[in-house]
Design a binder for this molecule. Structure first.
Ligand SMILES: C[S@@+](CC[C@H](N)C(=O)[O-])C[C@H]1O[C@@H](n2cnc3c(N)ncnc32)[C@H](O)[C@@H]1O
Length: 239
């Protein structure tokens, strides 16, 4: 019987909250660098705790039946110790689930070349982000890395993968992807301003150049070009 589940890097805590509502018989934990305060309407079978997956989690071996970690791409540079830790806290027979975006973001169903042609303003900005991520040592294909590490892990007996899309603007005919893309679009539009420091830290970049890059980016997003990245869902059963 499933007794305990954890979301590592839980952010707003939404995944653990949804699980707590859907599976009231399971005790759920959301763990993040920053603890979330108890919400008045929070079910009693979810709690939020502080922890750092990079330095080791304060749980005994095999504590959880389900271990979930999503969108840790910018948090992790070396995935091996993180996967070791996620496997360690999973009970024998338990399930580890990882969901990670893989870059680049391109026009939906297109290549980087297509993106450069169809959305040059977006591509110019995206390339600056990618270069900044690379310089920080971010693994831009974490889905592939996680898949390999889980498959080769001595304490894992079976793995599976599924690839879906992560829409950045409304894409495809799927109403869910369109809705997700609509929500994402609002976040995407704020990207140049929220990453201004990355641009301005490049030698010789002026405020005028930054404004030009931002205008090109915003124009491509507002034109409604469908943009997406790959989303990798990896899972593994603990031996
Ligand atoms: C992009 S958010 C994803 C949040 C959530 N998993 C989701 O899918 O909505 C990444 C989260 O990982 C957390 N995080 C970063 N480094 C971490 C670490 N070393 N240990 C635990 N959490 C970490 C951040 O605080 C942030 O809340």
């Amino acid at each position: 019987m499933v007794k305990r589940g954890i979301d590592v890097g839980s952010g707003s805590g939404i995944w653990a909250l949804e699980m707590a509502k859907e599976f009231p018989e399971v005790q759920w934990t959301g763990l993040d660098l920053f603890a979330i305060e108890r919400r008045p309407s929070q079910p009693s079978n979810v709690e939020y705790v502080k922890g750092n997956v990079l330095t080791g989690l304060d749980f005994p071996d095999g504590h959880f039946d389900i271990v979930h970690a999503r969108h840790l791409i910018t948090a992790v540079q070396n995935w091996r110790p993180v996967i070791d830790e996620l496997v360690r806290i999973t009970k024998p027979g338990g399930l580890i689930i990882s969901v990670e975006i893989c870059f680049p973001i391109t026009v939906y169903n297109g290549t980087e070349e297509d993106t450069l042609k169809l959305a040059p303003g977006f591509a110019a900005c995206h390339n600056v982000f990618m270069a900044a991520f690379k310089a920080r040592g971010t693994d831009l294909l974490p889905g592939y890395t996680v898949a390999t590490l889980l498959r080769e892990h001595a304490s894992v007996k079976e793995t599976g993968q599924l690839e879906s899309i992560f829409p950045f603007t409304p894409c495809t005919d799927d109403p869910n992807a369109i809705e997700a893309g609509r929500i994402m679009k609002e976040n995407v539009l704020s990207m140049p301003e929220s990453t201004r420091q990355i641009f301005m830290s490049k030698p010789g970049v002026t405020e005028e150049q930054f404004q030009q890059i931002k205008a090109g980016f915003t124009n491509d997003i507002e034109r409604g070009i469908p943009l997406a990245a790959k989303l990798w869902h990896n899972w593994a059963w603990r031996r």
